[in-house]
Design a protein around this ligand. Structure first.
Ligand SMILES: NC(=O)c1ccc[n+]([C@@H]2O[C@H](COP(=O)([O-])OP(=O)(O)OC[C@H]3O[C@@H](n4cnc5c(N)ncnc54)[C@H](OP(=O)(O)O)[C@@H]3O)[C@@H](O)[C@H]2O)c1
Length: 287
């Protein structure tokens, strides 16, 4: 099976690598072309000259880029996917998008006869490498069914959640929880240290008490070793919480938690931690 793949960031590269290991032949493009060249050389994939060139060679394309402005550029911009796509092709957008963008992209592409799935993923680099991501898919059910097997190559949980835009909404709500738990765990560990309790001991105790969670499991090593090499960056969680606030606005709701947590990551960015793993928020509380 031959599939297009755009976006070789931290998560994109892990998913692309997993697809290759599962026997999928990839045609690849990335904005910084050197990353795509290196990946193609190491993994034996085809390099495309542009998104338009890429989609002319395949029937379906995964897109996983930073945000909705990047997705818009790749799909609708100069040399974007629409300039090489014929009717019937499918764009599967794994980017965590703004819900309004996902709705609009679906509508505009449908008018051109191109299928669009709004399919953000839950989980990070390590689950991607093991094929254990969760995907929440919005779009036409038929397009979803046609691509379900492909999702199965890198996801162990696959949820169809309704029309385009719903994938993004579900994902953003999930990330209110993700950002909040990481924030409170980092803060608690730093408080413990100020109170004279070693972080190793506190993590051990939190793991048996109120802190026991998936996030503690996957991030405790990073905090213990203070190795904040990014899997999921501070910049990305900040972007997601910003989109989540727009969702709250659209729904006429409020969330003090979302605002406070978002501004904590905002402060982390201001302190120069934007491209570090989001667990680096610990450094704020440690100061
Ligand atoms: N990392 C995770 O654990 C995780 C988990 C769940 C969901 N996500 C979501 O998955 C998406 C990708 O995450 P990631 O960790 O791979 O991000 P990342 O490491 O920050 O990489 C971003 C990717 O987007 C590309 N890009 C940025 N701006 C662009 C533009 N204007 N035009 C074209 N390409 C552009 C980058 O290209 P260059 O190489 O040229 O910079 C790079 O390939 C994000 O939406 C994120 O929220 C990530």
């Amino acid at each position: 099976m031959k599939v297009g793949f755009i976006g070789l960031g931290n998560l994109g590269r892990a998913i692309a690598g997993r697809l290759v290991e599962q026997g999928v032949h990839l045609v690849v493009w990335n904005r910084t072309i050197k990353k795509a060249e290196d990946f193609c050389r190491e993994r034996g994939c085809e390099l495309a000259g542009s998104p338009a060139d890429l989609i002319s060679r395949v029937d379906r394309v995964f897109v996983i880029v930073f945000d909705s402005s990047a997705s818009e550029g790749v799909i609708f911009g100069k040399d974007g996917l629409i300039h090489g796509a014929e009717e019937g092709k499918a764009i599967i957008d794994l980017t965590t998008n703004h819900f309004a963008y996902a709705e609009l992209a679906f509508k505009k592409l449908k008018e051109m006869g191109i299928h669009y799935l709004d399919a953000p993923v839950l989980g990070s680099v390590i689950p991607a490498m093991k094929g254990e991501l969760t995907v929440v898919v919005g779009g036409e059910k038929e397009t979803f069914e046609e691509n379900k097997n492909l999702f199965g190559k890198f996801c162990s949980n696959i949820f169809y959640v309704g029309p385009a835009g719903m994938g993004a909404k579900v994902k953003l709500i999930n990330n209110i929880v993700l950002g909040g738990i990481m924030d409170v765990l980092a803060e608690a560990i730093a408080i413990a240290e100020k109170a004279g309790i070693g972080k190793e001991r506190m993590i051990e105790i939190l793991d048996k008490g109120a802190g026991k969670s998936y996030i503690l499991d996957v991030k405790k090593k990073k905090i213990l070793e203070e190795d904040f090499d990014p899997h999921f960056s501070v910049d990305l969680i900040y972007k997601d919480l910003h989109y989540a606030q727009d969702l709250l606005k659209e729904l006429g709701l409020f969330s003090f938690t979302t605002s406070a947590v978002k501004e904590t990551y905002g402060l982390a960015r201001k302190m120069g931690f934007g491209d570090l793993d989001f667990s680096a928020v610990y450094r704020l509380f440690k100061r």
